[in-house]
Design a binder for this molecule. Structure first.
Ligand code: GLY
Ligand code: MN
Ligand code: MN
Length: 354
């Protein structure tokens, strides 16, 4: 039996639940390998079922040989029947993934007591297996290749939207199944918005251009950011860029097994604060990446998770000056016993485009 399934069973016995009812698509994928878009997991202490509908029966049977596949016409009726047949008294549901209305309805109709629990599978997902790491490496490599391919198009006069589209198309062409989020291309004043949406604005002299993008390969995400400059470069451009790069380097150096997320955040934040730009770095240093683009652990002021081998996190400090522009540099890294293994291979020296 997979270790992850054993861990869910351990949770059931430790906490006194009869069933874990998983409804997050990421939980489903992680525990079963099923890639269909609909289904629930019913994990009891001695059995495991994937409940899905007619559309996915054949696929589920092939992808999940160790799971009982239950077809439902009406999910509630099926859950009711399973709870009664198995004499289930206590069900743990994923509180972060069930709507208030669904939870209330399940409470009303199921002959068992429901408890909303948190992080049961998300905690397991923090440390990646070799297979997961292989997929993330491919996703990071595709992003690197896309950056190199799109770089010649980052020219004065090109629109943000055109560059974003080219990034997306290139990653798909290189084998990605999807983008991990809509690419961010923020030039000039738009770059001061950390999550700028690409607009029709055209790149012009003196613009920083923030490119933040990633893709999905075999279900797993990548995430990287590079910031370029359309010439001419001024002392202010260099000061800001160098400060972010020094902070990013300090953040990477702080990625160590056992260190808390907030300590890694502080290592980078101290550099930016010492340079007087602290108020312009208003987000956390980084986040876990895996099946989801943003997952645990968080590298932020509130990050209390100690880093452990096999975690995958971003290190992405930034400085955002309203009415001027922004700089962010983001690498995707694996936590190893030797520190950060940086997956993003694209160089970080400031590229000034003539
Ligand atoms: N695209 C958002 C991020 O880098 O986290
Ligand atoms: Mn990013
Ligand atoms: Mn990120």
């Amino acid at each position: 039996m997979a270790d992850s399934l054993k861990a869910v069973r351990r949770f059931l016995t430790d906490k006194g639940y009869d069933v874990f009812l998983g409804s997050s698509s990421f939980t489903r994928r992680y525990l079963t390998g099923f890639t269909g878009s609909s289904g629930c997991l019913w994990i009891s202490r001695d059995s495991q079922a994937l409940i899905t509908d007619f559309r996915y029966m054949e696929q589920a049977g092939k992808q999940c040989p160790d799971w009982q596949i239950v077809q439902h016409d009406d999910l509630i009726d099926t859950l009711k029947q399973m709870a009664a047949e198995q004499n289930v008294k206590q069900i743990a549901v994923e509180g972060d993934h069930v709507s208030v209305n669904t939870f209330r309805e399940w409470e009303r109709v199921l002959p068992a007591s429901l408890t909303a629990v948190k992080g049961v599978v998300e905690d397991l997902r923090k440390q990646k297996t070799d297979n997961e790491l292989a997929a993330i490496r491919r996703a990071a490599d595709i992003a690197d290749q896309a950056f190199a391919a799109v770089l010649p198009s980052v020219r004065p006069g090109a629109s943000e939207r055109a560059i974003a589209l080219e990034l997306e198309f290139t990653m798909r062409r290189l084998g990605a199944s999807a983008v991990s989020f809509a690419p961010i291309v923020g030039s000039g004043v738009n770059g001061a918005l950390p999550h700028a949406r690409p607009s029709e604005k055209r790149l012009q002299a003196g613009d920083f251009v923030v490119l933040d993008f990633g893709c999905v390969f075999d279900g797993y995400c990548s995430d990287m950011t590079r910031t370029l400059l359309i010439s001419p470069a001024t002392d202010k451009h260099h000061a800001i860029y160098d400060c972010v790069l020094r902070a990013q380097t300090a953040g990477l150096a702080a990625v160590t097994v056992g260190r808390l997320g907030r300590e890694v955040d502080a290592a980078a934040r101290d550099v930016i604060e010492s340079a007087g730009y602290g108020e312009y770095f208003g987000h956390g240093l980084g986040h876990g990446v895996g099946l989801e683009i943003h997952e645990e652990p968080r590298l932020s002021k509130k990050g209390e998770t100690p880093l452990a081998e096999g975690m995958v996190v971003t290190v992405e400090p930034g400085i955002y000056l309203p009415e001027f522009g922004g700089v962010r540099i983001e690498d995707l890294v694996v936590v190893t016993i030797d520190g950060a293994e940086v997956l993003s291979q694209t160089p970080k020296e400031l590229i000034v485009i003539e």
